[in-house]
Design a protein around this ligand. Sequence first.
Ligand SMILES: C[S@@+](CC[C@H](N)C(=O)[O-])C[C@H]1O[C@@H](n2cnc3c(N)ncnc32)[C@H](O)[C@@H]1O
Length: 494
Amino acid sequence: MKIAAIENSRSRQEELGQFLTAMPVADFMASMFGPLPRTVRLLDAGAGAGALTAAFVSRCCEKRDDVRAFEATLYELDGEILGALTDTMRGCERRCTAAGIRFTFTIHSADFIQEMSSRLSGDLFGSMPPAFDAAIANPPYRKISTDSAERRALRSVGVETSNLYTGFIALIQRLLVPGGQLVGITPRSFCNGPYFRPFREDFLSQMELRRLHVFESRKAAFREDSVLQENIIFHAVKGRHQPREMIVSSSSGEQGADVTETVFPFPEIVHPHDSEKFIHIPSTSGHAAAKETMDGLSASLASLGVTVSTGRVVDFRLKDALRKEPERGTVPLLYPCHFNGGTVHWPKLEARKPNAIMDNAETRQWLVPSGMYLLTKRFTSKEERRRLVACMFDPDQVKTDWIGFENHLNYFHASGHGLERHLATGLYAFLNSTVVDQYFRRFSGHTQVNATDLRALTYPDRDTLQAMGREMTTLDLTQDEIDQLVTEHLHACR
Ligand SMILES: C[S@@+](CC[C@H](N)C(=O)[O-])C[C@H]1O[C@@H](n2cnc3c(N)ncnc32)[C@H](O)[C@@H]1O
């Protein structure tokens, strides 16, 4: 749909906080809404030339879901843009008529902050505040001083905030019905700025944050304007309980650009005991870089002659054969609790898990011959820095002929036997590197690492892994040292 063109001077733009949303971004925002009711009461506060409502309406008309009517309410203070806004709404009307949807709109040439604060505080006698099912917003950004008319108006409804945009969002959330949705594009500053703490508390107590989207470039989201703020888009639903998980996505902001999505447990975004209520946005650009690195690798586990399997000892099925302490006729049994930095610590007599398993005709089929094995945990706790935690079983450290690997770990082997030492240590460095961890987090929001996930990864070729392994005189390296080693070798093999 065509958005009418407007001209405005730079100083006037700044006074009004007027930065118009580029069409691809408006369309992307519209795509973030969940299911809508049959009649959608839509709010566009600070509507400009109407790009956001136009994108929202276009999406719904295209999707042809259950929406049968739109009642759009638009607030815009700038008299010079009202003609363009009306033209855009007429375009929406035509689009809806063609799709068999009713479209009505009301443009309020008024100050959204003043009007809604009065209505919400009950100052305008007999005038109930309106209610909305959906709101789409690119509110104006401008600092508002403590004694300004805006601050006083907002204070009358219990909102204490120092920027126009957070004032807009705080009012919008109060106007939504329970379950009502808001998609907004705003500066990122509210996520961690100390001045925005009251806003964050207020917002997170009334709205469920479902998704955050960040742009890799600061300028990308806006049409030709020099916006120096870093912006984010969020989708939130009116309700009191935060979701267990939420999506964090990123894109360049250009039309048709790839969108990288990652699911995170909500407590990783807002830490449950953080009194500041900071909203942490994980570095998705790191994820994109990780993807690029991994895409550049050519080997698969199979081409390296390596297999990854889940530990074969299922302890509750072999209860009678398990021993707390090693004794005559037993061999080591390894659980994730035996991971100790880069190597295994065995036996661990203080642990609750058994340390040994009888080696007999019944159990031998679940054991593997001694050798160099790389082990990874199948389940990591949220507190662990990395999703992938790899450690080495070195036969020089634990002398035995046979070993049992328990079912909560995965082990890398060569056709059921140990790996060549340098290949194993190279793999150890690679799997413990930040690049692999970030790549992994792109597609997995949980803490579980399955053997199939490890098989699906791309790997450096055998020579590169062995070269990495040869350079490692100890497994006891810091994360930075591992990352440096892996990065150097991956660059060298390109
Ligand atoms: C950042 S622009 C976004 C415009 C439009 N929503 C878009 O995305 O293209 C914010 C708009 O809010 C308008 N505005 C500023 N203060 C306002 C207020 N107090 N009440 C209503 N509109 C206001 C500005 O004139 C400007 O058009």
